[in-house]
Design a protein around this ligand. Structure first.
Ligand SMILES: [Fe+2]
Ligand SMILES: [Fe+2]
Length: 135
């Protein structure tokens, strides 16, 4: 097995815990795919991941709105683009195209990159902008 996926921490405990769960779901999906347990297991793992991703994105966007993060709409659009991109690949997979590997690779690249770049960016911004004693 690969080493566990690592991403940067935002320093916001609830969000870091959600990121860890998202990565664990992703590793589980990759595990089912590698083991060749077939499409049913792959779709189960994929749909669990997508449903959790949606929960996480909603939580993060609500949190960023509550914190009046100025780039929240841009951030939310990135979440939406990702969900749209994966929904397209999921449809191709369902239609019998051989896209499982590219779907897993796309998810891994986006999730890791998004957390390390965009999520860390809002965390840095909020930390700098938190002189009121929070965090
Ligand atoms: Fe996130
Ligand atoms: Fe995000």
């Amino acid at each position: 097995m690969d080493e566990h996926l690592q991403v940067a921490r935002t320093g916001i405990d609830e969000i870091d815990a959600q990121h860890r769960k998202l990565l664990a779901d992703l590793e589980r999906l990759e595990f089912w795919m590698q083991k060749g347990f077939g499409l049913a297991a792959t779709f189960d793992a994929l749909d669990a991941l997508l449903s959790y991703a949606e929960t996480h994105f909603r939580f993060e966007e609500d949190f960023l709105r509550a914190q009046a993060y100025p780039d929240v709409e841009k951030h939310a659009a990135q979440h939406r683009d990702f969900m749209g991109q994966i929904a397209n690949l999921r449809r191709s997979l369902e239609a019998g195209e051989d896209v499982a590997r590219s779907l897993a690779d796309a998810m891994r690249a986006w999730i890791v990159g998004h957390i390390n770049d965009e999520d860390v960016e809002y965390a840095d911004y909020l930390r700098r902008g938190w002189p009121r004693g929070q965090a």
